[in-house]
Design a protein around this ligand. Structure first.
Ligand code: HEC
Length: 148
C-alpha cells in the first residue's frame, strides 16, 4: 500500500519533470512569455492604484519584459501548434496571420515608444499604460480564446 503510493508519487514527479524538460515546445514558450507579461504588469498596476510608489527602474524592467515578449512571440505559432497544452490561441492566428502580425506589431511599437519616452512620473506611466493595455486587448479580442 505504502509502496504503491510512493510509486504513484514518483511517477507523477517524473511526469512533471518531463513536462518542464521540454523547453522547445512552442505552445509552452508562448504561454511563458505571456505569463511574464502578466507578472511584469502587476507592479505597474500597483503603482497606478497607488498601492506601491512609482519607481522608474521597475517600470523600465517591466517594459523590457514586454519588449522581449513582443520580439519573440510571433515565432511561436508554427503549423501544428494550434492545439494542445490548453492553448488559448484562436484559430484566427493561422487563418488571418497578417492581422495577428499587425496586432503584434502594434504591441511592439507601442512598447518601444514608451521605452523611448521613459516615463518619469506616475502621470506619464498612467498615460503609457493605457496605450500598452490597449494593444494587449487589441490582440486578445481577435486572437485569444475568451474562456469566460
Ligand atoms: C499579438 C497578440 C497578443 C498581444 C499583443 C498580447 N497577447 Fe496575451 N495572449 C495572446 C495569445 C494568442 C494568448 C494564448 C497563448 C496560448 O495559450 O497559446 C495569450 C495569452 C495571455 C495570457 C495567459 C497566459 C497563460 O497561458 O497563462 C496572459 C496572462 C496574457 N496573454 C497577457 C497579456 C498582456 C498583459 C499583454 C500586454 C502587455 C498581452 N497579453 C499582449 C496574444 C497576445
Amino acid at each position: 500500500m505504502k509502496h504503491g503510493l510512493i510509486i504513484a508519487l514518483t511517477g507523477s514527479l517524473a511526469f512533471s519533470i518531463a513536462a518542464l524538460a521540454n523547453p522547445g515546445d512552442p505552445i509552452e514558450q508562448r504561454q511563458e512569455l505571456m505569463k511574464n507579461t502578466r507578472e511584469a504588469l502587476k507592479p505597474l498596476m500597483g503603482m497606478r492604484k497607488g498601492e506601491i510608489p512609482f519607481d522608474a527602474a521597475t517600470v523600465g524592467d517591466s517594459l523590457a519584459t514586454f519588449a522581449d515578449a513582443a520580439e519573440h512571440f510571433g515565432a511561436l505559432f508554427p503549423e501544428g501548434s494550434e492545439t494542445g497544452h490548453d492553448t488559448e490561441a484562436k484559430s484566427t492566428i493561422w487563418s488571418d496571420r497578417a492581422g495577428f502580425d499587425e496586432k503584434l506589431e502594434d504591441f511592439g511599437t507601442t512598447v518601444a515608444a514608451v521605452q523611448a519616452s521613459s516615463p518619469g512620473s506616475l502621470d506619464e506611466l498612467n498615460a503609457s499604460l493605457k496605450d500598452i493595455l490597449g494593444t494587449c486587448k487589441g490582440c486578445h479580442d481577435g486572437y485569444r480564446v475568451d474562456k469566460d
